[in-house]
Write a protein that binds this ligand. Structure first.
Ligand code: UDP
Ligand code: MG
Length: 323
């Protein structure tokens, strides 16, 4: 018999916010309206709430959140003392709310992901799923973002990192799935790579992703590239192994060249062109530096992990997430 999840669940919606003063008023209107409707339809309990995590914003984001918390019983805020990044903000929010909810949905503050899909997620949860991915049916983004995103999925696939295609950080997790996720206390966080490893009963709901309406992307190209690198090197040692393969191939080529040079030498052609020498010096140095770079990347990861530093610092709280 399929397992079903409890009676009426308490839902927590976790929203990471970094300088989102432009989006937040509309976001809060939409989300609290949705919670009210879901509660009225008997799908979630009245104790359901929204937790805004202010990831060290420098604008009036926290002021807005404090206003939401004061104005309604279903909003709360968690303020991090510094900007620690989207992934850590999500984990901080989940950790904060886990004891008080049966299921948690994470969604970006710009509502590019359709909040209405939360209804389907709840249905899935009630049918017994612990992990429900929000998957974009099609996406309207800048051509650059589309291209880089697609390339990134392909690359991760090729490198053997298991991820869900066209899914970002819009998902529902049951409280026991959250509990398991929180056990991954790694500093180099890439949550969407971890969730598929959790197991449990997983499913997908589909929605259309819209362009950001207010403010601008908090993921400039540099941050995006870093994130992409984390997504690969935190899960796969294959790049390091590929470099090793390259090293072997180049050593073989070097041996072949050596044989050629010796044959030329003994057959009396002693004036070898220096072009080839210069070329190979540069080429080999390039490969060596590349290899060092990859090794360095992994070493840096290990370095950050062994420090066991706290991953975020909480500055203050507003509102109550308690049942
Ligand atoms: N965000 C965050 N900390 C950061 C960067 C982003 O909490 O350092 C939040 C941001 O407020 C938003 C979500 O992460 O709610 C996703 O960011 P954004 O929409 O800018 O990314 P994009 O959709 O452009 O990939
Ligand atoms: Mg966005």
């Amino acid at each position: 018999m399929p397992q079903t999840n409890g009676s009426t669940p308490t839902l927590a919606v976790v929203v990471p916010c970094y300088n989102e003063e432009a989006s937040l008023p509309e976001t809060h209107r939409t989300l609290s309206g949705l919670l009210d409707r879901l509660t009225a339809d008997g799908l979630i309990a009245g104790s359901s709430h929204i937790l805004y995590v202010d990831d060290g914003s420098t604008d009036s984001t926290w002021k807005l959140i404090a206003g939401f918390a004061a104005g309604s019983g279903n909003a709360a805020g968690l303020r991090l003392a510094a900007n620690t990044g989207h992934q850590h903000a999500l984990m901080a929010g989940l950790e904060e709310t886990a004891p008080f909810c049966d299921a948690a949905v994470t969604i970006d503050a710009d509502l590019q992901d359709d909040p209405e899909a939360i209804r389907d997620m709840i249905m899935r949860y009630r049918e017994g799923d612990d992990v429900v991915y929000g998957v974009r049916r099609h996406r309207e983004d800048t051509p650059f973002k589309l291209l880089t995103a697609k390339g990134f999925y392909r690359l991760r696939d090729a490198l053997g990192v298991k991820t869900v295609y066209n899914h970002a950080d819009f998902r529902l997790l049951s409280s026991r799935a959250v509990g398991e996720l929180l056990r991954y206390d790694e500093a180099n966080l890439f949550i969407r790579g971890i969730v598929p490893m959790l197991g449990f009963s997983q499913s997908k709901v589909f929605y259309d992703r819209t362009p950001r309406r207010h403010g601008e992307s908090k993921y400039p190209v540099g941050k995006m590239l870093n994130f992409a690198a984390d997504g690969i090197t935190s899960f796969s040692a294959r790049p390091a192994r590929m470099i090793l393969g390259c090293g072997l191939i180049f050593t073989l080529i070097a041996l072949a060249i050596l044989t050629y040079v010796l044959i030329r030498y003994f057959s009396g052609h002693t004036i070898a062109g220096w072009t080839s020498i210069i070329l190979s010096i540069w080429f080999c140095t390039g490969i060596i530096l590349l290899a060092l770079g990859v090794v360095g990347e992994y070493l840096a990861k290990v370095y950050m992990e062994v420090k066991r530093r706290p991953r975020w610092h909480i500055m203050e709280r507003t509102g109550a997430t308690g049942k």
